[in-house]
Design a protein around this ligand. Structure first.
Ligand code: HEM
Ligand code: HEM
Length: 180
């Protein structure tokens, strides 16, 4: 029999993803406000490494989440819990969220790859360089990174509003992502 809610691993990964993405948004505005690096001022090094590492780890977690989600799909919600149009719009919104997270991470990586700063994976080894430092490319991907992050934030706001609406209706939707 199909499980009513999402698989346990998917539930854990969903909440880990949510906390990490909120953290990335809040910390990045602080990070971007720090002085540009120089011989004496290296304040940016730690927050940038942390930002890049959390972002890259999210890509791996997202792939595992998608794999588990399709290997152990939840039973579809009942028509009372979600009308067919709600179900269709939820599916579209979820696909857009998955796609945007990938795009935000890839554009962030490509922006960073065109700087002279290496990425050290969780302070253990340096990612091989894929490009030379190039100011124009850094700016190009950096802008795409910023714009796509804003679109992701807007979608997450819609997603959370939907969750609040389902909680107000007291249907079974929230429990699908809470069941242990
Ligand atoms: C950055 C924050 C968040 C992200 C990126 C995110 C992402 C996602 C994604 C991609 C799915 C689709 C899972 C799938 O069908 O494969 C999902 C489902 C879900 N999310 Fe979130 N989420 C976030 C925050 C939240 C919050 C704060 C809540 C609740 C207050 C929430 C409640 C839910 C629920 C209940 C579902 C299951 C919906 C269903 O059964 O179709 N999410 N989320
Ligand atoms: C879902 C994951 C991510 C989110 C939500 C996110 C979000 C953000 C935000 C909001 C900013 C500030 C943009 C600004 O105010 O101009 C930023 C900057 C930055 N992020 Fe991310 N990021 C993510 C993943 C990544 C990854 C994976 C990398 C690289 C491996 C990365 C590298 C950068 C860099 C280099 C900047 C500075 C860009 C610049 O100088 O204009 N980010 N990120």
């Amino acid at each position: 029999m199909q499980r009513q809610g999402f698989n346990r691993a998917v539930v854990v990964l969903h909440w880990l993803l949510a906390v990490s993405i909120f953290f990335l948004f809040i910390s990045s505005w602080w990070m971007m406000g720090l002085p540009l690096p120089s011989e004496e001022l290296q304040f940016r090094a730690f927050p940038f490494q942390l930002h890049k590492n959390i972002g890259l780890t999210l890509v791996v977690l997202l792939i595992v989440m998608l794999y588990m989600r399709f290997k152990y799909p939840p039973a579809p919600p009942s028509a009372q819990d979600m009308t067919p149009w709600m179900h269709k719009s939820a599916i579209l919104a979820h696909i857009a969220i998955y796609g945007l997270i990938f795009f935000v991470c890839i554009s962030g990586y490509l922006s960073s790859a065109h700087t002279k700063w290496d990425t050290v994976v969780w302070w253990s080894f340096t990612l091989p360089r894929i490009a030379e430092a190039n100011e124009d490319m850094n700016e190009f991907w950096g802008e795409l990174h910023t714009y796509s992050a804003w679109i992701l934030l807007a979608l997450v706001a819609v997603h959370v509003s939907g969750a609040i609406y389902h909680s107000y209706r007291n249907d079974g939707i929230i429990r699908r992502m809470m069941r242990w």
